[in-house]
Design a protein around this ligand. Structure first.
Ligand code: GUN
Length: 310
């Protein structure tokens, strides 16, 4: 799916609207879903799995199902009890891996402590791994492939790409080193020839580093204190920087103060959040297209083979 975006179309008064950009992407995905469903005679389907009762996880997964429905992607959800064993969860994943009507599998994280996250993620068929967390998809990302990569980092680079700015050689500072955001984002930025610095809770003199950023990406999600709530204040931002605030439900940035000196800033809500969901839909569509193409190749071989033996 080639996305045609006019640079800067989604920015107003230094603010980048992830909401508007994601709406545009979702429209293109919806068109593609209809075209491919007609072509292949099967609709793409995402299956989500939650273990336990975490209200935040349930809310995020509900949003994912709603987004699927709006673009014509089928979706089903398994909500397993907190005491589900690792073996039971693996059994479900193996069943979904084998099911040809399921094109995307998403196990919502975090999982309960008695289940090993890495074992579960590694068990998902990489072709159906719409989170891009499985070993093969991470390996591919290392070599420059981005087809099934993590949704939030993809949302961030899609925002940056949409600005129509030459990012080559820019210095990006990421404040986050998680496997869901910071680590995959390093690769996506390096793939665009961006110089990357990663900061975390042990980083010394954070402001001296953030002030060097042409692109500052922050995903801390913690307020400093009631009196001094913002993790990123205007004095920590270079004039003319691009600031991407990934934190939820409250942004890390002193938005109003930073807006006055940044070239662009993303709001919270309405910035990276809607882009994450749009990128998940894009991954489901990519996984579906790939699996359909594989099925067609196998069918063609079967027909050819049949013609030799008859
Ligand atoms: N928990 C928080 N973010 C994510 C995500 O992007 N994918 C999954 N599977 N779990 C999450």
């Amino acid at each position: 799916m080639a996305l045609e975006i006019t640079p800067g179309d989604f920015c107003e008064d230094h603010v980048i609207s992830g909401k508007k950009l994601s709406k545009r992407i979702r429209q293109e995905i919806a068109n593609e879903v209809e075209r491919l469903t007609e072509l292949h005679g099967a609709r793409p389907k995402l299956v989500t799995v939650i273990v336990g009762e975490d209200p935040g996880s349930k809310m995020y997964v509900r949003m994912k199902h709603k987004a699927c429905k709006r673009v014509g992607i089928l979706s089903e959800g398994y909500n397993l009890p907190e005491d589900t064993t690792q073996e039971e969860l693996l059994e479900l994943i193996h069943r979904l891996n084998q099911d040809p009507t399921v094109h995307g599998i998403l196990v919502q994280l975090p999982l309960p402590k008695h289940i090993d996250e890495e074992t579960i993620i590694s068990a998902i068929n990489p072709d159906k791994d719409v989170d891009g967390f499985s070993p093969r998809n991470i390996y591919r990302l290392f070599y420059g492939g981005e087809l099934l990569s993590a949704a939030t980092p993809q949302g961030i680079v899609t925002i940056l790409d949409s600005l129509g700015i030459d990012l080559d050689g820019m210095h990006a500072v990421i404040i986050n080193r998680s496997t869901i955001v910071g680590k995959p984002l390093i690769m996506l930025l390096l793939n665009r020839n961006i110089t990357v610095t990663v900061c975390h809770s042990h980083t010394r003199d954070l402001p001296s580093i953030t002030r060097q950023a042409d692109i500052l990406i922050t995903a801390v999600g913690r307020r400093r204190s009631d009196e001094d709530p913002y993790f990123i204040t205007a004095d920590m931002v270079k004039d003319g920087a691009i600031v991407i605030d990934v934190a939820t439900p409250h942004g890390d940035c002193d938005f109003e103060a930073i807006k006055c000196k940044a070239l662009y800033i993303t709001p919270v809500p309405g910035g990276v959040g809607p882009m994450t969901i749009a990128m998940l839909l894009k991954n489901v569509l990519a996984a579906y297209s790939f699996q359909m193409a594989q099925t067609n190749v196998l069918t063609t071989y079967a027909i050819d083979y049949g013609s030799y033996v008859s």
